[in-house]
Design a protein. Structure first.
Length: 134
């Protein structure tokens, strides 16, 4: 299901966020490390990847909802199985309980995947300050 949901829009959001992260690097840090003798591998692993990680996770978070929406919508329109098809079929048979229970499962899936993504972000970007407001 998730594979069909990664549309070109979702991919372009992730790529554009990653490129924005690369452009947001401070060139003076790279220049200083080059002067100190850092190799390209060291620049990549110590500066570039840590600096773009928040941007990559921002792209993943924005793409998560669109990917699931695309997957469910594709199943709704042309599928013969899956959550979208179940919603479409139940709505056609006026089974409102099944429609709403499918929506609850979809919301639970989004909450679960968001929690997994937040946990991965917290583990991989441990140096970043935590936003206590959310």
């Amino acid at each position: 299901m998730a594979y069909t949901g990664f549309s070109p829009t979702t991919k372009s959001d992730g790529i554009s966020n990653t490129l924005a992260g690369v452009r947001a690097q401070r060139p003076e840090i790279l220049d200083a490390l080059r002067v100190m003798g850092a190799t390209r591998t060291q620049l990549l692993t110590k500066v570039t990847l840590p600096s773009i990680a928040p941007w990559v996770f921002a792209g993943l978070k924005s793409g998560l909802g669109m990917a699931l929406l695309g997957a469910v919508l594709g199943e709704y329109i042309g599928g013969t199985e899956g959550l979208g098809w179940l919603i479409h079929n139940a709505a056609g048979l006026f089974q409102t309980t099944r429609v709403f229970s499918s929506l609850v499962v979809l919301v639970a899936l989004v909450v679960l995947l968001s929690a997994v993504l937040n946990a991965a972000e917290a583990r991989l970007i441990h140096w970043r300050p935590v936003d206590r407001a959310s």
